[in-house]
Design a protein around this ligand. Sequence first.
Ligand code: BGC
Length: 732
Amino acid sequence: MKRAHWMGGVCAAMVVGLGAAALAQPADPWRNARLSPDQRAELLLQRMSLDDQVALLHGHFPIIMRPPPEGVPASAGYFPGQPRYGIPAIHESDASLGVANAGRGDKDDAAPLPSGLALAATFSPELAFQGGAMIGKEARQKGFNVLLAGGANLARDPRNGRNFEYLGEDPLLGGVLDGASIRGIQSNHIVSTAKHYALNDQETARGSLSAVIGEAAMRESDLLEFEIAIKSGGPGSVMCAYNRVNGTYACENPALLNGALKRDWGYPGWVMSDWGAVHSLDAAMAGLDQESGQEADRQVFFDAPLRAAVKDGKFPAARVHDMARRVLRSLFAQGVIDHPLRPGGLDTRADLEVSGRVAEQAIVLLKNSPGLLPLAGGAGKIAVIGGHADVGVISGGGSSQVIPVGSVRFPSPKGAPSWGGGIIYHPSAPLKAIRARSRGEVAFADGSDPAAAAALAKGADVAVVFATQWSTEAMDIRLKLDDEQDALIAAVAAANPRTIVVLETGGPVAMPWLDKVGGVLEAWYPGAQGGEAIAKVLFGEVGPSGRLPLTFPTDEDQLPRPELPGYTAAAPEGPTMTQGPPLQVHYDEGSDVGYRWYAAKGLKPLYPFGYGLSYTDFRYGGLKATGGNGLSVSFTVTNTGSRSGTETPQLYLAKGPRRAQQRLLGWSRVVLKPGETRRVVIAANPMLLADWSEAGHRWKRDAGRYRLFVGANAADPALKGEAMLTGAALAP
Ligand code: BGC
């Protein structure tokens, strides 16, 4: 109706006045899909009033609105449509692990993926794309056209309570996988979001802390992950973070927004704020384009105050135009405008399969005593113990939480954020999946009585202990299981050394019982099919192929900051979100995050980055390195065992022309039959061979000798080599 009115009114009058040439123009030229997204956005903006443009720049937070606007799901974000221009309403939902916030509580039929760390452990861009494509499809089917997915903050501190949402400690691995996931999501004509830009690397005091770090260090670490993800994934939007960076809030930080993101990387999309992260209108001049969830801010900055500032000549109308253009440009580019939402048609069963595939490839075998795993599936007795394995698998809390039908809730610890109403177990019980695969007796003890669990283990051929660690947005974690679980594992292992520990954790944990147990599997938060995936790996239906996307330290003393800044066990969320003087967190390790820190300090972690065993063995050989204007290597990998298996050889820089510096340069995933040999080629990512030059404001590669190695993890220089490279400068 409104559109007809517009065409019959203003437009008809214009056409009359403009004569025959104009008559050939379509009435709404921006609807012409043959024009570029930039042209279409520009044409549309020419017709939009200031008020109409500003309406694109501030949105609602329906979940906290009482009541939410009619017909709008109680989700994270909502912008009313502008039908006269064909601009649909924008419905935003969290997040990277599936469609959360769909407003249907426990009856949600969404399919949760395993955690981001689990995805990262696959080292597979293909699976990242498939997972993204699945949750993007569900988002569309559930009526969302912007998914707040694409979380990729570097695991600079393994205690960050949101690490489970992210993709580990390496900027190349995380950036490549995030880019692939974003492409998958956006293959559904919806927008995906890279977040939280940048250095939101701990949750404690996230609303006020200032991450203190030098320019080169930041460019070569946290920003590099975003640069790779954004350039390869092309997200329609980027969400700026809660914290400050070098004293200035990330959402009003010109160096991050106008500087690195928009000027240097040429990012054409829009920057949205995190929810409650806007503190002033100045943010708009620093590069923030859109105020999200305005009900969470102290006041709505990007509506009346913005319009008034433009009218008073205090804020340039051209910048409003630019802000709105960026939003429209992404909506055109991703097909949001050309492909309106038609909710419905969800096929949860098919989607669960995608989730299960990721989980199966994500599980990391950390320890396996000879002959223990895989389980034979014969007539022996299996004792399954603890971890609510009779109910399901644990998941992470916070805005990314998906609560599918059949989930079971347990109380969260005192003082923890109450999102989701407790600790959610996804309904895929490992006990049931183990029983389905065993021809012998499978007995269960819930682990609440360690003596009873030990007695059960003693009479069994093998004991499988499930240990869980919950983590959530807005709270950081310790690198350990709770004391009861450590004691339980020790008691069971003392009773039966054929004990296998299955970890379902948000990240690394210390393993004081490691020497006493026979096997350890890290299953992360394995998602909707987690129990099945774990059982498949235990019984060897699927060979373990996951690799650690972050280092497992022996304990917190090995970390750059043994004490987590601001953290106290009594109030793990630390100082309040936004009040008070900012807590300064000095990232003096610079870009030596994770395994680079261990290499630089000569520390031996519990398990290195990239580590993971298989049910077969591999041998590497025949390294050839080619230098010049780029670096590539080739080498052979042979499966020397008796089962098929997947190996993930990794190429690392060990030493540049000037100094020792370890960096992941590339990797490959090879599936080999017993006895099979394959020649593998890995080309180094050029950005990882360069350093950021603050003086030259660009990436610079020194000429000279580069020492490298290929191995099965960051601490395994199986094949050493070197190559001479020319010097080069790369534009940012
Ligand atoms: C989180 C974001 C999320 C937003 C909307 C914030 O608390 O940091 O990741 O997208 O809420 O739910």
